[in-house]
Design a protein around this ligand. Sequence first.
Ligand SMILES: NC(=O)C1=CN([C@@H]2O[C@H](COP(=O)(O)OP(=O)(O)OC[C@H]3O[C@@H](n4cnc5c(N)ncnc54)[C@H](O)[C@@H]3O)[C@@H](O)[C@H]2O)[C@@H](O)CC1
Ligand SMILES: Nc1ncnc2c1ncn2[C@@H]1O[C@H](COP(=O)(O)OP(=O)(O)O)[C@@H](O)[C@H]1O
Ligand SMILES: [K+]
Length: 511
Amino acid sequence: MKILTASQIKEADKITMNNQEISSEDLMERAATQVFKEIHERLQGADIPIKVFCGVGNNGGDGLVIARLLLEHSYKVKVFIVNYSDKRSPDFLSNYDKIKNLSNDWPVLLKGEDDFPEIAMGDFVVDAIFGIGLNRPLEGWVAKLVNFINKSSAFVLAIDMPSGLFSDKVSEEEDAVIKANFTLTFQTPKLVFFLPSTMDYVGEMQVLDIGLDRAFLSEITPSAQLIGRQEARSLYNPRNKNSHKGNFGHVLVVGGSYGKIGSVVLATTASLRTGAGLSTVFVPKCGYEIMQTSLPEAMVMTDENYEMITDIKTDLDADVVCFGMGVGRDKSTIVAFKELLKKTKKPMVIDADGLNIFSENNELLQYLPENSVLTPHPKELQRLIGEWTDDFDKIKKVQDFIRKYRLIVVLKGAHTFVFEQGNIYINSTGNPGMATAGSGDVLSGVISGLISQKYEPLFAAVLGVYLHGKSGDISAEKSSYEGMISGDIAENMGLAFSDLLSENKTNPGSD
Ligand SMILES: NC(=O)C1=CN([C@@H]2O[C@H](COP(=O)(O)OP(=O)(O)OC[C@H]3O[C@@H](n4cnc5c(N)ncnc54)[C@H](O)[C@@H]3O)[C@@H](O)[C@H]2O)[C@@H](O)CC1
Ligand SMILES: Nc1ncnc2c1ncn2[C@@H]1O[C@H](COP(=O)(O)OP(=O)(O)O)[C@@H](O)[C@H]1O
Ligand SMILES: [K+]
């Protein structure tokens, strides 16, 4: 699902109104009706106090329409106008008139702190103060109102965006931003919903299709894409019945050191569970028995050295080489890595200490085959590209980095971002149970397993991240966030594939 910027959404609005011959008020009615339907479906006429806070722009206009429809369905609604400006949008004004005509209980005008209403636990608050039009941080009593709502124990539903959140830059720590339990957003999710510094404001998120112009939406180049089941499914390559293991490639995993052979076990298991035809590992001698015993499906080659990798002597022409997990940063390992880089022509997957070696030896990056996949977590990324000022600056710096070295970067996190030149793919699967030792090793194995099966490295990264997260979700369902371990993610890869290929789910951009 495409993620658009505020200006792209505004352009889509204009084109839609033109092509569908509707007014902006019609579009507002349509959008807010969708919101009403969602609320109504969940509340089913329940007798709970609903407090709708409306700004005086179009986000506030949406709030007024939602409130009117709720009143028409006999909900217990109280409307508050957050009167931060005298400049009211025309569509706000016409809906203001409509709601006044409907009820004797007119909206309450809020002009300062003294007017704040009581918000009780059990209230249902609708935040329609600001949407994508926010252009400066909230201040004064409006900022205080936002903090007041945040302090209440009410359930908060944000319309389009949590108020105070910018759509195209991150908020400062001191800024007042609504902390929503749920955000119903129009037509397309916004990039800030997925950034580490802003995602917590959004709560659970659902996208409402408000029927913006299809042709425009399909042609426009998005700022990023959200990868849900449908998008991941479109990347899947079915297997030919007439095939043999040679068709599914050979993965070589190079990694491990004394006490860290487990990371190689995890990555290699994941590569096989993802469908690699063959997997070979290259480990220090201390890893030989561990590998043969814990993963008989893999073939094992060993270094001369017992504890660490010092010389990667192999003529194996693997389809993909995965390097880095548990490998350490000894000088002799760095030399061995350099030699490996020089003789490898096919795209590689580099994780963990492989990345740290690059951070300390930048000159090695020039030997990395084009289209290789780097899978840093934020700390590893920072060592690699330096500090950033905020999440948008980070995105720019990653894009500069991949342009320079012609790579694919998989930035791991609660929402993992896959970067290729000019594009960002944001993952929708995964859960906090995956914050457990070794889940990154599993991801490297999954991506390698897909590359070996002839997926383009970019698609291997995007699909791999999706399936890894899905397997994490299945693992959490079975064992809880706390109880799941990263080996479960590797073991459940098969169920993640089954889920991807099952026929009964069609919701785009979600799971
Ligand atoms: N295609 C869509 O997504 C649609 C969007 N609609 C709604 O329209 C909203 C955008 O409406 P607007 O453009 O009127 O913008 P907002 O309602 O978000 O903000 C209103 C105005 O407040 C002013 N303002 C910005 N920051 C301020 C601050 N810190 N303090 C005081 N004033 C400030 C700006 O001039 C801004 O235009 C969307 O978020 C959505 O809720 C719907 O009504 C119709 C369809
Ligand atoms: N809260 C979370 N939600 C979703 N995915 C997560 C979360 N925390 C961690 N993950 C995923 O788990 C993996 C952790 O990788 P990494 O930090 O390299 O761990 P390790 O070094 O232990 O292998 C990444 O793929 C990341 O996206
Ligand atoms: K809002």
